[in-house]
Design a protein around this ligand. Structure first.
Ligand code: GLC
Length: 648
C-alpha cells in the first residue's frame, strides 16, 4: 500500500544515510517499501496514542536502516543465499542441539573444539542456552539477563562468541541464541536505576506504589513457579514500590506499553542478528503484554508486537528467522505462526510442545489415541512455518494439551494426568521412570515433570537394578522417542547429554543457586571421559549415540522428511502404534512406532490406503527390504520398535 507521507519519511532517511537504493542496496530498499505499510500499521496499533509516538516511529525507521547499514558483508551474502533457497529452514538437512556452554564444555572457546563432535553426530545447528551476563545464584539458567550485550565472563567474551560464529558459518552450521524479551534481571542497569528512584526507568517496568492494582492482576493471573516464586509481584523496599515479577522475584517484567522499551529491545534483537544469529529464540513471548482481568498470556497485543518484530527483521536482517517459545495450549501455540493477513508472517518456528508432551503420554500409557486426538489442531500450522521437534529440553514437561483430547481417548482427564505425573515422578507402582514433579500447584492440581530422556525412559532404574533386559528396553524407548520426533516434520532439537544417554544429574542439589529448581536434574554436566564410551561398543553411551547418529543420517537422505506440510496420520488399526506418512514428489515414507511394551501389529493394508502403491518397501532403520503382503496378513512390530519404511 502506497502511503506518500510514510514513504517520503523513509526516503529521507535512506538518502541521509546514503543507501544505494538503485544498485547495491536495492533488495533492502524493496523489502523496506514492501513492509513499510505493515510496520507503520502495527506500530500505530500499539503506540498510536502514546505521547512519544511520532518520535518513536522516526527512531524505529532509523534503527531499521542503521541495522542494515551495519550488517557485515558476509552476513548480507548469507542472507542472499538463504533468500535464494526459499524456506531454507524447512529442510530435512538441519538437526540441532541445545546446550549450556559451561555444563557442556566449560566455555565458548572450548566449544570450537567440539565442532567435530557435532559433525560426527550429524548436528549442524546449535542453540546456546543464554550466554549473556546474568547474576550467579539468581540467573534462572541465564534467563535473568543483566546485560543483553555482554557475554557473561563464565562463558568467555563477545569476541569468543564472534569467533565461534565465524567458525560455524565456515562449517555451514546454524546458530540460535535467545532474546529474553519478557523480563530483565533486577540487576540490569534499567532495574538498578528504577530502584534508585529514576521514574524514566520505573516506566520500563510495571511498578505500583501500593497493592491495589497488583491485587486486581493477581485475581486472574496464574502462577508460573507457585512453589518457589508464588504471586506475580515483588515489593522492592529501595523504591518503596511493587514490581511485576511473573517468573522469579529477580526477573522484572518489561513494560511494552512504553515504546522506548520496545525500541531498546528491538535494538538488542538487531544486535544478535548482526552477530550472525540464524534463528532467534524469543523467550516466553506469550507473556509480553499484560492487561488486568486476563491471564496476561497470549494477548492480541503480544501477537502485534511479534509481527512488528518479524516485519522489521525481514527488512534489515532477513536471514534471521524467529522461533517463538510459546509453551501454551495447542490452539494458542498455532496463533504464533500468525493469523489472518499475517498468516506465516509472525514466528517462523514454534516448539511442538503439544506433540512432545503427547509422546510422553503415549509412552506411559502404551496408547496413542490422545496423540491422535490432538493432530487436527497441530496440522493447522501454515505452510512456510515449522516446528522445533523435541523429546526433552532444558525445561519441564507440561501436560498442556486439552482435556477433550484425553476424553476422546476414553480417559478421565484428571485421573489420566495424575497417572502420568506419578508414572514419570517414579511413584506409580513398578514404573520404570525416574523423574520428579516440578511446580506442583495444589490450588489447580497442576504439576509438570522434570527428568532426563534416559531416566524418564527407565535407564537410570535399569542400571541401578543391573538388569540387561531393562537396559535394552529403555534404550529402545530412547531411540524410538527420538525417531518419532525426528521424522515428524520440523527441525529436531536434541538436548545435550541425551545423545549419550545421560541419566539425571543430582549435583544441582549441592548448589544453593540451583537446588530450589529441580529442572537442573536434567541439565547435566558432561563428563568427557565418560563420553569416550560413545565409541565403545556395547556401552549405553555407544548404543544411544550411534542410534541417534543413524537417525540423523537417515533423515538427511530423505527429502520427504523436510517440512513441506506433507504429513498424513495413518488410520489406527491398533491403539499401540502411531503411524504417519511423509510424502514429497514421488517419495513416500511410512513411519510406524509401537509405543507399548507388547508386540503390536498392523495389516499390510496400511500401505495401500494412501493413493498408488508399489509392492516393495525398504526400512531405512533395519536396512531391509519387505514385500507388501496380503491385506489380511499381519505385520508385527516389537515392543518400542519402529520402522522407517520407504515405498520403493
Ligand atoms: C522460558 C525458559 C525457561 C525460563 C522462562 C523464564 O520458558 O525456557 O527456562 O525459566 O522462560 O525466562
Amino acid at each position: 500500500m502506497y502511503n506518500h507521507h510514510l514513504h517520503q519519511q523513509i526516503n529521507r532517511i535512506l538518502q541521509e544515510r546514503q543507501v544505494d537504493v538503485a544498485n547495491e542496496d536495492n533488495y533492502f530498499f524493496m523489502r523496506f517499501v514492501a513492509n513499510a505499510a505493515s510496520i507503520d500499521a502495527l506500530f500505530k496499533e500499539i503506540y498510536g496514542t502514546h505521547s512519544f509516538y511520532q518520535q518513536s516511529f522516526q527512531q524505529l525507521i532509523e534503527l531499521i536502516t542503521n541495522t542494515y547499514i551495519n550488517r557485515s558483508q558476509s552476513l548480507k551474502e548469507r542472507d542472499a543465499e538463504k533468500e535464494a533457497k526459499g524456506f531454507w529452514y524447512l529442510s530435512n538437512e538441519i538437526t540441532g542441539m541445545s546446550l549450556y556452554v559451561d555444563r557442556f564444555c566449560g566455555n565458548i572457546k572450548n566449544l570450537e573444539n567440539k565442532l567435530d563432535y557435532f559433525k560426527n553426530l550429524g548436528v549442524n545447528f546449535l542453540h546456546l542456552m543464554p550466554v549473556f551476563e546474568s547474576p550467579e545464584g539468581e540467573s534462572d539458567g541465564g534467563y535473568a539477563v543483566s546485560d543483553f550485550r555482554k557475554v557473561d565472563k563464565r562463558f568467555g567474551t563477545l569476541e569468543d562468541l564472534q569467533t565461534l560464529q565465524s567458525k560455524m558459518q565456515e562449517e555451514k552450521m546454524y546458530l540460535m541464541l535467545d532474546i529474553v524479551l519478557n523480563h530483565t534481571s533486577h540487576r540490569h542497569e534499567w532495574a538498578v536505576k528504577a530502584k534508585q528512584g529514576d521514574t524514566k526507568y520505573q516506566d520500563y517496568f510495571y511498578t505500583f506504589s501500593d497493592r491495589t492494582i497488583p491485587d486486581q492482576y493477581d485475581l486472574s493471573m496464574p502462577e508460573i513457579f507457585p512453589e518457589t516464586a508464588p504471586g506475580n509481584f515483588t515489593f522492592i523496599p529501595e523504591m518503596n514500590k511493587w514490581v511485576m515479577t511473573v517468573f522469579h522475584r529477580y526477573q522484572w517484567d518489561l513494560n511494552y506499553t512504553n515504546p522506548v522499551v520496545f525500541l531498546e529491545m528491538l535494538e538488542n534483537i538487531f544486535f544478535y542478528a548482526n552477530l550472525g544469529v540464524d534463528i532467534l529464540r524469543i523467550d516466553a513471548p506469550a507473556f509480553i503484554w499484560k492487561q488486568s482481568g486476563t491471564t496476561c498470556q497470549n494477548l492480541p497485543q503480544a501477537h502485534i508486537l511479534l509481527r512488528l518484530i518479524k516485519q522489521c527483521v525481514q527488512v534489515s536482517t532477513p536471514g534471521m528467522v524467529i522461533l517463538g517459545e510459546a509453551i501454551v495450549a495447542p490452539k494458542e501455540i498455532m496463533k504464533y505462526f500468525g493469523t489472518g493477513l499475517y498468516t506465516a508472517k509472525e514466528c517462523d518456528f514454534a516448539y511442538n510442545a503439544t506433540h512432545m508432551a503427547l509422546q510422553w503420554d503415549a509412552l506411559a500409557s502404551g496408547d496413542t489415541r490422545v496423540m491422535l486426538a490432538a493432530q487436527h489442531e497441530i496440522l493447522q500450522k501454515p505452510y512456510g512455518t515449522t516446528w522445533i521437534t523435541y523429546t526433552r529440553c532444558h525445561d519441564d514437561i507440561g501436560l498442556g494439551y486439552e482435556d477433550y483430547m484425553i476424553q476422546r481417548a476414553g480417559y478421565n482427564p484428571l485421573e489420566h494426568r495424575k497417572f502420568l505425573q506419578e508414572y514419570y515422578a517414579g511413584s506409580y507402582p513398578d514404573t520404570p521412570a525416574k523423574g520428579a514433579l516440578f511446580s506442583v500447584n495444589p490450588k489447580t492440581n497442576d504439576a509438570r515433570i522434570s527428568g532426563s530422556l534416559a531416566s524418564l525412559c527407565g535407564l537410570e532404574k535399569a542400571i541401578d537394578q543391573k538388569s540387561d533386559n531393562a537396559i535394552d528396553l529403555s534404550i529402545r524407548k530412547i531411540i524410538m522417542m527420538q525417531a518419532h520426533s525426528f521424522f515428524l516434520g520440523g527441525v529436531p532439537m536434541i538436548f545435550y547429554g541425551d545423545e549419550a544417554a545421560y541419566t539425571n544429574d543430582y549435583s544441582y542439589l549441592n548448589d544453593p543457586g540451583k537446588s530450589y529448581d529441580n529442572r537442573w536434574m536434567h541439565r547435566p554436566v558432561i563428563n568427557w571421559e565418560k563420553n569416550k564410551n560413545i565409541d565403545k561398543e556395547g556401552t549405553t553411551e555407544y548404543r544411544v549415540f550411534q542410534g541417534t547418529k543413524r537417525l540423523i543420517d537417515i533423515r538427511r537422505k530423505i527429502a520427504a522428511v523436510g517440512d513441506h506440510k506433507n504429513i498424513t496420520w495413518l488410520t489406527p488399526h491398533t491403539i499401540h502404534i502411531a503411524g504417519y506418512l511423509r510424502t514429497f514428489e514421488d517419495q513416500k515414507l511410512y513411519c510406524l512406532f509401537n509405543f507399548s511394551n507388547r508386540e503390536a501389529s498392523l495389516t499390510w493394508h496400511t500401505f495401500k490406503e494412501h493413493g498408488p502403491f508399489s509392492q516393495n518397501l525398504y526400512d531405512h532403520w533395519r536396512e531391509k527390504k519387505y514385500k507388501i503382503g496380503n491385506d489380511r496378513e499381519y505385520f508385527i512390530i516389537e515392543p518400542y520398535g519402529f520402522y522407517l519404511m520407504e515405498m520403493v
